[in-house]
Design a protein around this ligand. Structure first.
Ligand code: F6P
Length: 334
């Protein structure tokens, strides 16, 4: 079978007037960087990428060497292309405007270079998440200074988002606002091939994903929802549920996209704002999940409507199969 490549897919979108040439090139560049990260991740202990970097990121988390390396790969790949005004990542304190010796473009790029990196040493899937916004302009059309304020836009303003999973195969899921599309890296031709066109998440599911070690800290609506799933056939839901938790959001969300499910990292008594980052994790995943017919909330509010107040803010996340996410929202409302 001959698959369409990511390049063909993007050129078709450009010809249809859905995306600008600059956005096409930007997504191609990110995909190229993901291939490079995939190669580094695959090297395992060879090539000096394993272990701790001996530093902490802006959130006070210990950085792995591969976190730092992946961040550098994405920065270097994207800095000079002329499509961006600035970029920022989970690993950086402040946005980095494109250096003045390169042309400046109209887009802002946000990324989590290596999501789930605590899983690297145990050989479990990790990945890269990205989100693209337009740099705001003044009424006269002059571009806004690409500072932190320029980035603080609700997720519904995203013009593209995606994520890569470096697992048994490397897959890249992309949305430009007309569905969610999955590409698998063909290691013989080194191209991303469209293997999962127009992904749809089933509205119903019997599979949930949550870190159950936080149970004692959950809010009552979350506890109620999970208790009912656990009660299975004998409880109010009248059916048995299965549970999965990879602890790499990319892998958990990819499973939800593949066969349905609900993924939850809710706020709790310890993580009062939630644990996952709004701008680098929740927004891009929410965009993709909605494009695949699913739903994404912080328990009750639509993630994409949340007005960010800071770049690194955290948020509760409940996403996946529509009917289940709605049920959790209904429990919150009650
Ligand atoms: O935010 C990073 C992350 O690794 C996510 O990819 C994942 O869903 C979550 O943290 C795992 O958290 P925990 O270690 O609490 O299971």
């Amino acid at each position: 079978m001959r698959y369409r490549t990511l390049t063909q897919f993007l050129i078709e979108r450009e010809r249809a007037g859905r995306i600008s040439p600059d956005l096409r090139l930007l997504i191609e560049t990110i995909a190229r960087a993901c291939k490079a990260i995939s190669t580094r991740v695959n090297k395992g202990p060879f090539g000096g990428g394993y272990g701790l970097a001996g530093s902490e990121n802006v959130q006070g988390e210990i950085q792995k060497k591969l976190d730092v390396l992946s961040n550098e790969i994405l920065l270097e790949a994207n800095e000079w292309g002329g499509n961006l005004a600035a970029l920022v990542s989970e690993e950086m304190e402040d946005p980095r405007p494109i250096p003045t010796h390169y042309p400046r473009g109209q887009y802002l790029l946000l990324f989590d270079p290596l999501d789930g990196s605590s899983n690297i040493d145990v050989n479990i899937s990790v990945g890269t998440i990205f989100s693209v916004l337009r740099c705001p302009t003044a009424p006269d059309g002059t571009p806004h200074e690409p500072d932190e304020k320029a980035f603080l836009q609700p997720g519904r303003n995203q013009v593209a988002a995606g994520f890569a999973v470096y697992g048994p195969t490397t897959v890249l899921v992309v949305t430009v606002g007309d569905g969610a599309w999955g590409f698998t890296l063909d290691r013989e031709t080194y191209t991303f091939a469209l293997t999962h066109p127009d992904i749809r998440i089933p509205a119903d599911t019997a599979e949930f994903a949550i870190n159950a070690s936080n149970m004692r800290r959950w809010e009552p609506p979350v506890k109620r929802y999970i208790d009912e799933c656990l009660a299975g056939k004998d409880g109010p839901r009248g059916k048995d549920f299965n549970m999965r938790w990879v602890a790499s959001m990319v892998a958990d969300v990819y499973r939800v996209l593949s066969r349905g499910g609900i993924f939850m990292y809710p706020r709790d008594a310890k993580n009062r704002e939630g644990r996952l980052r709004l701008m680098y994790e929740a927004n891009p995943m929410a965009f993709i999940v909605e494009q695949a017919g699913g739903m994404a909330t912080d328990g009750s509010r639509r993630i994409l409507d949340i007005q960010p107040t800071s770049l690194h803010q955290r948020v509760g996340v409940v996403l996946g199969s529509k009917n289940e996410v709605e049920r959790v929202a209904a429990y919150h409302a009650a």
